[in-house]
Write a protein that binds this ligand. Structure first.
Ligand SMILES: Cc1cc2nc3c(=O)[nH]c(=O)nc-3n(C[C@H](O)[C@H](O)[C@H](O)COP(=O)(O)O)c2cc1C
Length: 362
């Protein structure tokens, strides 16, 4: 056999792109002692007859027990059972000590509160390189309403339904919740990649509101607050919404702002004219920015730069603004800079995941 042009680590990385659930496979030996291991090699095979498979490393300590066992059970873990997954993924003679189980067929323990269980009779096994593939006939099944744990890229992940199949009206409100959920993870990654502070803004009932901050390794300020309502015109988050929301919504928020600033009518009108110019540019470049702003010195202790990018839902409406902020003397918010590129990429990725297509733009 010719040598492959990749090593085991590269192959593992490629395979890890495939998202799986996480199971604990259990059995008992002839004396009734329980064994179990975490496995994501589980897969469905056939509905009629009902068959499933999983594969086990020949190096696993429990391999001889599974090789000799006539039955095994599969517990598909729920999304809050990461500790159980980690516990069963270690060589440990007492894996069941802190885990709640219930006895299944043939005395094989099933993990309590998991997403689903399948109790199986082993039909056969096949050699598979450094693993053995076990084929099982499903004898009994049970599922709960708990959401399954998922695994991808060597990490635990949480699976949420894609809202592409929903009706448009339902999709709108769900899109916002889903967007926040997805973006919460995405800004962790973005902040980590750039080592900058990243905020997540929504359009709340009082206008642009920051619902989440992800700090750089050297925090910008101790005063970053969630729930912070930002000015529409003097924050890059606010400007992102101003550029992409229906004008009526923006004007309502601005009128409140103008009246609290006691801005004379003529100044308010001039501001609105300028805003239209400014928002056209923001829509064109895809970014809103704030340079050397002292508006937030109360919170951040000095002048800041900020750059924001919009995230769109399936219906083409803006749902979120992602914002990078940093001190004015350090943060490069140039439109061709690395920060703008990474921010734009993250915002587009989130929009795509929410089902947004450029052609749906209202
Ligand atoms: C998410 C995840 C999935 C795993 N999938 C498998 C698998 O499919 N087959 C396998 O043999 N080991 C798998 N492992 C590794 C075993 O759980 C680990 O080697 C365990 O220590 C084996 O138990 P034992 O040493 O008691 O036999 C996986 C580990 C993790 C964290």
């Amino acid at each position: 056999m010719s040598e492959p042009a990749f090593d085991a680590r590269e192959l593992r990385n490629v395979l890890s792109v495939f998202v799986t659930g996480v199971t604990v496979i259990t059995t008992v030996d002839a004396s009734g002692k329980a064994y179990g291991l975490t496995a994501n090699s589980f897969s469905s095979v056939s509905l009629d007859p009902p068959l499933i498979l999983w594969s086990q490393s020949l190096n696993a300590a429990s391999f001889p027990v599974f090789r000799d066992a006539g039955h095994f059970a599969v517990s598909i873990l729920a999304d809050d059972q990461v500790a159980i997954s980690n516990g069963f993924a270690k060589a440990n003679p007492d894996k069941f000590a802190d885990v709640r189980t219930r006895p299944g067929l043939n005395g094989i323990p099933l993990i309590e509160d998991c997403a689903a269980t399948l109790e199986c009779t082993k039909v056969t096994s096949y050699p598979g390189g450094d693993h053995v593939v076990f084929l099982g006939r499903v004898e009994r099944i049970k599922r709960s309403q708990r959401r399954p744990l998922a695994f991808s890229g060597g990490k635990y992940v949480i699976a949420h339904p894609h809202d592409l199949d929903l009706k448009l009206s339902q999709a709108r409100s769900i899109a916002e919740l889903q967007a926040v959920r997805m973006a919460t993870q995405a800004i962790v990654d973005l902040s980590d990649e750039l080592d900058e502070t990243v905020g997540l803004g929504v359009w709340g009932n009082k206008g642009p509101t920051i619902v989440r901050w992800e700090e750089s390794r050297q925090p910008l300020s101790e005063n970053l607050r969630t729930g912070l309502v930002l000015p529409v015109l003097k924050s890059s988050t606010g400007l992102a919404f101003a550029a992409h929301l229906p004008r009526g919504l923006v004007i309502d928020a601005l009128e409140n702002e103008f009246s609290s600033e006691r801005l004379p009518q003529s100044a308010a009108e001039a501001t609105l004219d300028q805003l239209d110019h400014h928002t056209a540019e923001i829509r064109h470049t895809g970014f809103s920015r704030l340079l050397g702003s002292a508006t937030f010195s109360e919170w951040y202790g000095g002048e800041i730069n900020a750059i924001s990018a919009p995230v769109f839902a399936r219906d083409g409406q803006i749902v979120l603004a992602l914002t990078i902020i940093g001190s004015a003397d350090k943060l490069d918010v140039g439109l061709d800079g690395n920060l703008a590129k990474a921010l734009g990429r993250t915002a587009r990725m989130l929009s795509t995941r929410l089902g947004y297509l450029e052609r749906n733009k209202p």
